[in-house]
Design a protein around this ligand. Structure first.
Ligand SMILES: [Fe+2]
Ligand SMILES: [Zn+2]
Length: 449
């Protein structure tokens, strides 16, 4: 390693930066280690921020000034200024050629026939300039790879690792003083060039939910608000909902009963990503809304009962939606309550609805796993009833809430009278696309493909 060379700054990690006023302290770690994953456990306390910004400056990847690009029979070698060298297999480079005849410049799809790349492929020559590496292949093709693209996608070694967006975990006690909000006028302003939408998506990513202030109390305006983020997801409940407690659909959501904390769509292989709820009017009593940060609750469970955490990460729970005569939805692939990224061990999804749980009739060892499963869900359910965990508030006309249904659990207390709500689901992948494009810009997001 050349000690006089500056360390390259890795923008993929670096671009997340939080600035703002601190109000209260909470756990801000974003990663969980399911037992068996050899990852460092974060337990740092950090402040909840009121203003989260993403630094969009890019520190371009720089080639070493002391070593040249080179190649041999198997790979091309690209030495970087930070003192490491990336190696790329010829087949991989040729397969990822970025030229217009190999990769459609508009549709961003591969045009190259991967299977016609000859096994004897190797470079005739490899040269570099300050922005790209050019390869002349022995089949006559010329490829050019931008340096930042090569650095970003370097796999041997991996140089840049997509960080989990820094979530701020919260308890009800903590978040109640300063819940995340945006204003309807800001996010709907067509002249805002997406800035307010970017802010809105960042708040949802950070806290798992966000209020929208001063929304006109009509279904049409609420639907327009949802469409500003993405299109509604259609399900057996419809796309955009406008409902009261009349059992129009055979689900307890359409009653005036209390609903304990849960996530929606545990019976879907891909549960709804986001849910927006707007109370258009309520003449009656009760009907307080409750939210809880499922990732925070999981963190508490992990710290208090690691074995229960492991159980809830392993036992797959079948679920169903079968109230309507013409509907009987079950998960194609039953999943656990706590779901982790296979490669990193990071918790990415909480699925929990005890009312929709189907019959579990496959156990690895029933004498061990059945009692442990019930002990684990009892411990989990107990955490979700702790007053400090739960954020309780009144959903009022003009102030809908949108929440991440893969992280934040929701429920309500029983109520009397007529209560009219409207809202919709949004798919997680569509929301992620909106978040990334509005915060990083299209060219940046395309580079990551
Ligand atoms: Fe629900
Ligand atoms: Zn090409």
């Amino acid at each position: 390693m050349q000690l006089n060379e500056p360390m390259i700054r890795i923008f993929r990690i670096k671009r997340f930066r939080s600035i703002g006023l601190s109000h209260f302290r909470t756990l801000a770690c974003s990663e969980y280690e399911i037992l068996g994953h050899n990852r460092k456990q974060h337990s740092t306390k950090a402040d909840i921020k009121t203003d989260i910004k993403i630094e969009n400056t890019i520190d371009w990847a720089l080639l070493s000034r002391h070593h040249q690009v080179s190649f041999d029979n198997r790979k091309v070698y690209v030495p970087w200024t930070e003192g490491v060298t990336s190696s790329f297999h010829h087949i991989w480079l040729r397969d990822h050629c970025q030229c217009e005849s190999c990769f459609h410049p508009i549709t961003k799809q591969r045009l190259l026939n991967t299977f016609q790349i000859p096994e004897t492929l190797r470079p005739e020559n490899v040269v570099a300039n300050p922005t790209e590496v050019k390869v002349v292949w022995n089949d006559g093709h010329l490829s050019a790879y931008p340096l930042d693209w090569l650095h970003f996608h370097s796999y041997q070694p991996v140089l840049e690792k997509m960080g989990v967006f820094p979530r701020t975990l919260w308890t009800g006690d903590e978040i109640a003083a300063n819940p995340p909000k945006v204003s309807y006028d800001d996010v709907m302003d067509p002249n805002n060039h997406g800035g307010a939408v970017a802010d809105w998506t960042r708040k949802i990513k950070t806290y798992g939910f966000c209020f929208i202030d001063r929304v006109p109390t009509t279904p049409a305006d609420t639907e327009a608000l949802i469409n500003r983020l993405s299109f509604p997801r259609n399900t057996h409940y419809g796309g955009f909902w406008d409902f009261t407690s009349n059992l129009a659909k055979a689900d307890t959501a359409y009653t005036d009963l209390a609903l304990p904390l849960h996530t929606d769509g545990t019976y879907f292989t891909d549960p709804p990503g986001l849910q927006l709820l707007h109370c258009l009017n309520h003449q009656g009593t009760g009907g307080d809304s409750i939210l809880a940060d499922g990732f925070k609750a999981a963190r508490v469970l992990l710290e208090e009962s690691p074995n229960h955490y492991k159980t809830l990460s392993r036992v797959r729970i079948p679920s169903h939606a079968a109230g309507n005569e013409d509907v009987c939805i079950t998960t194609s692939l039953a999943r656990a309550v706590l779901n982790h990224d296979d490669s990193t061990g990071t918790l990415f999804q909480v699925r929990w609805n005890n009312d929709d749980r189907s019959t579990i009739d496959r156990w690895s060892d029933p004498d061990i796993s059945v009692p442990e499963f019930y002990a684990a869900i009892r411990a989990w359910a107990e955490i979700l009833t702790r007053p400090e965990i739960v954020y309780r508030f009144k959903l009022i006309p003009g102030q809908p809430v949108i929440f991440d249904n893969w992280r934040v659990l929701h429920g309500r207390t029983a109520f009397t009278g007529q209560r009219r709500l409207c809202g919709a689901y949004i798919n997680m992948d569509d929301f992620e696309s909106r978040f990334r494009l509005s915060n990083y810009g299209r060219s940046r997001v395309l580079m990551e493909l």
